[in-house]
Write a protein that binds this ligand. Structure first.
Ligand code: AMP
Ligand code: FES
Ligand code: ZN
Ligand code: ZN
Length: 318
């Protein structure tokens, strides 16, 4: 993937006998495109991904999980642009200015699209945000945050009657996390690593329509369309390892163009079916309905309901 080159002309314009400067040169596709043709190319590729993986049908109601960052904001925008009926929800994690600014970007985009996002605030729903909740459980802030987010994705979709939840994961996310999970032989994760996970056991269908798009392409598409997004990253997140694997993938990509794409999509074709057939054995623990909230849970009372109880006890005690 290269920087926009001043010298390169749009390949599609050239075919029509026009000389137009490109805004991006995608080395792995040997393709330089102008603004108009890049936007078209991007939208077509997202549409093809949705069709190829049978993510959803044109008239299906979709719920996009938006974080205020470039990927999920672009996803919400592009799905609407492609004519899909896509609504969005945002989880305010209670992480100070970071959560407030992210929420503002989500609301701003909602106004542009003429849609009101659903917003859940952990401080109202559970009684506290991630900075407090992380003290009640073992593991890092990120791991408890990830579990709470997954719970909220499922609950909100179930409560609001959406069968499909879409997230903004991109090719860089997916190829680098595949690498990290292969290196660590994290089989449980590998058995579920696919751009579409069907609805099952009380969970809605989960889809990742941006899996073919790189971070650079998404950021440029967002900028060209004036999509509001925050560039801030979470102050609690320990992202060192995540960045490390992204850097490694970029290093390999620069050595052999197209590796990111091949690594991930050949995995899906050749290896995923093997792990997936072992899913039941690899993902241990039967799920049951939480006795309090009714959401799927590995224990009688789910983690979120236990957290609510702990927060309540702490408030009563103080
Ligand atoms: P992350 O795990 O932070 O890389 O986020 C992965 C995806 O989860 C994003 O692309 C969003 O679709 C979704 N997501 C992350 N944070 C939030 C949030 N606070 N509210 C709703 N969706 C989120
Ligand atoms: Fe979850 Fe930072 S976004 S810990
Ligand atoms: Zn062009
Ligand atoms: Zn519960």
């Amino acid at each position: 993937m290269g920087k926009p080159s001043k010298k390169k002309l749009c390949k599609l314009c050239k075919l029509k006998g026009l000389r137009k400067e490109s805004v991006i040169y995608m080395k792995e596709h040997r393709l330089a495109l102008c603004e108009e043709h890049f936007k078209e190319w991007f939208e077509k590729r997202v549409k093809e991904t949705i069709k190829e993986f049978r993510m959803f049908k044109p008239n299906e109601k979709i719920l996009v999980a938006v974080s205020g960052g470039k990927d999920s904001q672009t996803l919400w925008y592009v799905l609407n642009r492609l004519g899909y009926d896509a609504d969005a929800f945002f989880i305010h994690l209670g992480i100070g200015d970071y959560s407030d600014e992210s929420m503002e970007k989500v609301i701003e985009l909602g106004k542009l699209l003429g849609k009101k996002p659903y917003i859940v605030k952990l401080e109202e729903d559970i009684g506290a945000g991630i900075p407090v909740l992380q003290n009640f459980v073992r593991g890092t802030a990120c791991s408890v945050c990830g579990r709470i987010k997954r719970y909220q994705f499922n609950k909100i979709a179930n409560d609001l009657g959406y069968n499909v939840v879409a997230t903004g994961h991109n090719l860089d996310d997916e190829s680098s996390s595949l690498l990290a999970n292969l290196i660590n032989w994290n089989l449980k994760y590998l058995a579920r690593k696919y751009p579409v996970l069907p609805a099952e056991k009380g969970f809605p269908k989960k889809v990742k329509p941006l899996v073919k798009m790189t971070e650079e392409q998404i950021k440029l598409y967002a900028q060209l369309n004036n999509i509001p997004f925050t560039e801030r990253s979470c102050p609690l997140g320990d992202t060192a390892s995540l960045h490390f694997y992204k850097d490694v993938m970029n290093l390999i990509e620069n050595h052999a163009l197209g590796t990111k794409y091949r690594f991930y999509f050949e995995y899906l074709k050749k290896v995923y079916p093997i792990f997936s057939s072992l899913k039941e054995e690899l993902i241990e623990g039967e799920l049951q309905k939480c006795k309090i909230c009714g959401q799927p849970s590995p224990s009688e009372i789910c983690m979120v309901c236990r957290l609510k109880e702990k927060v309540k006890q702490q408030k009563e005690g103080s």
